[in-house]
Write a new protein. Structure first.
Ligand SMILES: *[C@@H]1O[C@H](CO)[C@@H](O)[C@H](O)[C@H]1NC(C)=O
Ligand SMILES: *[C@@H]1O[C@H](CO)[C@@H](O)[C@H](O)[C@H]1NC(C)=O
Ligand SMILES: *[C@@H]1O[C@H](CO)[C@@H](O)[C@H](O)[C@H]1NC(C)=O
Ligand SMILES: *[C@@H]1O[C@H](CO)[C@@H](O)[C@H](O)[C@H]1NC(C)=O
Length: 280
């Protein structure tokens, strides 16, 4: 890439290019770049109006990319912008009701985008829906718990599963389900381990795999990476422990391969950055 970045986003566009946006270097950046896998090269594309890291990027049904919130180096943002892949340019769209960083975004079956949680100096339980037809945001039901550094998964039944995260320095084992038809969250089974900075992956079986993350033992000042993994069964709403990863890791990446296996790569363990990878 032309610029070093972390806490950026990466999205695969309908034309096969990968759009990378924003992130932190020292402060946040507003630049974006496109990767063409045929040539293995990066080209700079239009810049966002705001520098942002710890934001979200979601692909809309019309092929545009919606970027929301994030941290601009001084504060969390309410603003959102749309990337047009045909023109390579950004336009401002409606702002969220609440400024957020370290939140999540999930695209619903009807095309709206649900953002949930995050932080902006306080920890957020609120959630809101973006309507791509009107370019506006509407608050929807609150989660029962404020959370950031959580994950979301869209289940086969259309419900959105929110998993773990942190509420201030408290690591969460709880999970909640959002029903897009009612706009209401309900608590579902809790994980065996509280965790933030984990990954979740929807498996071909319909279950959700949660892997690794960080946790903090009561009385300890520092968090510790986890090697544990668990499976969520949407039919029963319960979690069961599955085999451990070989290496404890947080802030890693999980990618579902075409053969259904989940590839976990890198991350952080006890201050050491990891180059190892494992398959589930
Ligand atoms: C990617 O690069 C190839 C080779 O130059 C080019 O033919 C193709 O059009 C590029 N893809 C896009 C989506 O621009
Ligand atoms: C999707 O459904 C939600 C909940 O009924 C609704 O608030 C939202 O406006 C719908 N979005 C679109 C694009 O129709
Ligand atoms: C949602 O939570 C916020 C505080 O985080 C509160 O101000 C608001 O009234 C709540 N909304 C509902 C519908 O309970
Ligand atoms: C997984 O690792 C934890 C400690 O990290 C250990 O307590 C537990 O027994 C392990 N589970 C299995 C199934 O090996």
């Amino acid at each position: 890439m032309s610029v070093a970045r972390y806490w950026h986003t990466a999205s695969t566009l309908a034309n096969g290019l990968v759009l990378v946006t924003g992130g932190n270097i020292v402060g946040s950046v507003n630049t974006a770049e496109l990767y063409n896998s045929s040539t293995g090269t990066w080209t700079t594309t239009g810049s966002m109006s705001a520098a942002r890291g710890d934001h979200t990027a979601s692909i809309l049904a019309n092929g545009y990319i919606l970027v929301t919130g994030g941290f601009n180096g001084a504060a969390a943002l309410k603003s959102a912008e749309l990337y047009n892949p045909s023109s390579g340019t950004w336009t401002i769209t409606g702002s969220m009701n609440v400024a957020r960083e370290d939140h999540t975004a999930s695209t619903l079956a009807n095309g709206s985008v649900l953002v949930a949680g995050g932080k902006n100096g306080v920890y957020l339980n609120s959630a809101e829906l973006y309507n791509p037809l009107t370019g506006t945001w509407t608050l929807t039901g609150n989660m029962s718990t404020p959370r950031y550094f959580h994950t979301t998964s869209t289940l086969e039944n259309g419900l959105i599963l929110v998993v773990g995260g942190q509420n201030s320095n408290v690591y969460l084992d709880s999970a909640e389900l959002y029903n897009p038809s009612t706009g209401i969250w309900t608590t579902t089974g809790s994980m065996n381990d509280a965790r933030a900075h984990h990954t979740t992956s929807l498996l071909a079986t319909g279950s959700v795999l949660v892997a690794g993350g960080s946790n903090r033992v009561a009385g300890e000042f520092h968090d510790a990476a986890l090697n544990s993994a668990e499976l969520y069964n949407p039919s029963t709403g319960t979690w069961t422990t599955t085999s451990n990863m070989s290496i404890a890791r947080e802030i890693h990446i999980a990618s579902t391969l075409a053969n259904g296996k989940v590839l976990v790569t890198g991350g952080l363990y006890s201050g050491v950055y990891l180059n190892s990878a494992e398959l589930y």
